[in-house]
Design a protein around this ligand. Structure first.
Ligand code: ATP
Ligand code: MG
Length: 462
């Protein structure tokens, strides 16, 4: 790897020489005693860092720094000064100098500051790259659809993105709630700040408060150091509370307070910390019903339901199915199987007629599966899973097992397993109920489950 370049601009030859000796092993050193020449070098050469003397006869360092900034906002500059003038140092920092070194400097100090500056530069570049990637991945351009339903979503999204309004996104699983939340953030003025996602359902109740609001060192047994919560991490950015309907009423109350006051207190702390966040919430539950049933706080519901965006299930926007299928074919085809070029009309028709209980995520998964399995360049109906090709077949587990051509004993096992799993699903894991549905005793069911390697949904529910 070529050495990274450092430019030293200093009117004292001794100072340049000292830097050169210290840094020449690790970096390529360019130097000049003239500010004007220094600016010319920066303009034509790929300099990564500048060591800039503040006091020079021809043009002072601050002026040079200002000129550098006019052209390049990201070039790392370390100021070098013989006089410790706080005022100048502050001015230099304001103009975005990374740090400053006082003459005479210690060898190690100079080395350390330069290597820190290089590291921070590398991190910033990486951050910039990742941000650009994210913006590209979550841009509005990646939301596909031409149905009336999705067009309305685009309209609302464009209107709401530039504001700070709270958005509540609802829709079945896999309808694109997270995608829309990200798109709002990345088209909003907050796009250069983080969007912090909280998967409310995935965090145990006991940890929720500390996750959201952070904690002070020693506030509970495992709190070995201070930790910032999601609200603080999202400061000046967007907080995305996913599956907000899963939050307990106690946590709901705390979230409401944080939103109203725009202030939080870390667990175990006393200080109020102000936070400036834009909130986006999502849920696949019917929150209105949850309010009526008393499981979701009415006041929080009103506080978050400012701009609602309801995502229709895929089966209610059939015009989008072919478009999405081709989009996913293109998106994943390049990586998985570039040989596949198109989906036949017959296959598209079958995809359009299917009910898509898992919505767009299910469609995306199916396209990935087809790409993995097919050896044709054109997707035909026979490449589709059976329950899509033959609507109505998905409920007969026996039918699908039979068509797979397994040995009888294996097929029977598979069928038993599928039936038991379905019954467990239907009875929400109440095993005595499951046994009743299947017409066996609880003991037989337990035996079967164990021999088939099925774990109960919730072993305490009997
Ligand atoms: N309109 C769309 N255009 C392109 N891709 C989409 C669209 N809607 C959803 N997707 C893709 O479908 C997948 C599921 O979307 P997403 O995770 O946003 O759904 P969700 O509603 O949050 O689901 P869940 O409720 O299960 O969390 C993602 O890979 C997403 O990129
Ligand atoms: Mg989601």
């Amino acid at each position: 790897m070529p050495k990274r370049k450092i430019l030293i601009i200093d009117d004292e030859p001794g100072s340049i020489e000292a830097f050169r000796i210290i840094l020449k092993d690790d970096y390529e050193i360019l130097s000049t005693n003239s500010a004007a020449e220094g600016l010319r070098i920066i303009a034509r050469d790929d300099v990564q860092l500048v060591l800039l003397d503040i006091v020079m006869p021809e043009m002072d360092g601050i002026e040079v720094l200002r000129k550098i900034r006019e052209r390049d906002n990201s070039l790392t500059v370390i100021m070098v000064t013989a006089t410790k003038s706080i005022k100048t140092a502050v001015e230099a920092m304001k103009l975005g100098a990374f740090d400053y070194l006082s003459k005479p400097f210690e060898v190690n100090e100079a080395k350390l500051i330069v290597s820190k500056a290089m590291q921070s530069r590398a991190l910033l570049q990486e951050l910039e790259y990742l941000r650009a990637e994210l913006k590209q991945r979550y841009g509005i351009g990646n939301i596909i659809g031409k149905s009336k339903a999705i067009k309305e979503v685009f309209q609302t999204l464009n209107k709401v993105a530039p504001t700070k309004s709270t958005v509540l996104i609802t829709g079945e699983s896999g309808t694109g709630k997270e995608l829309i939340a990200q798109a709002i953030h990345f088209t909003s003025p907050r796009k250069d700040k983080p969007i912090v996602v909280v998967q409310c359902a995935a965090i145990p109740e006991t940890l929720m408060e500390s996750e959201l609001f952070g904690h002070e060192k020693g506030s509970f047994t495992d709190a070995t150091s201070r930790k910032l919560g999601k609200f603080e991490l999202a400061d000046e950015g967007t907080l995305f509370l996913d599956e907000i309907g899963e939050m307990s009423p106690a946590v709901q109350a705390k979230i409401l307070r944080a939103l109203e006051e725009q202030e939080i207190t870390r667990v175990g702390g006393t200080k109020l910390v102000s936070v400036d966040i834009r909130l986006i919430a999502a849920t696949n539950l019917d929150l209105k019903k949850a309010v009526a049933e008393g499981t979701f706080r009415k006041d929080l519901y009103y506080r978050i339901n400012v701009v609602p965006i309801a995502l229709a299930p895929l089966r209610e926007r059939k015009e989008d199915i072919a478009l999405l299928a081709n989009y996913f074919l293109d998106k994943h085809g390049k990586e998985i199987n570039p040989k596949v070029k198109e989906i036949s009309l017959e296959a598209l028709e079958a995809l359009t007629n299917y009910s898509w209980p898992g919505n767009i995520r299910e469609l995306e998964n199916i396209i990935e599966r087809i790409l993995t399995l097919t050896s044709r360049s054109r997707v035909l109906p026979e490449d589709l899973p059976r329950d899509i090709r033959e609507p109505g077949s998905q409920d007969t587990a026996a039918g699908s097992v039979a068509s797979e051509g397994l040995p009888l004993s294996e097929a029977v096992e598979r069928l038993e397993k599928e039936m038991i799993l379905k019954a467990i699903e239907k009875t929400s894991g109440m095993l005595s109920e499951t046994a009743k549905q299947l017409g066996v005793t609880r003991r037989v069911l337990s035996y079967k489950m164990e021999s088939l390697g099925i774990k109960g949904k919730n072993s305490t529910k009997l």
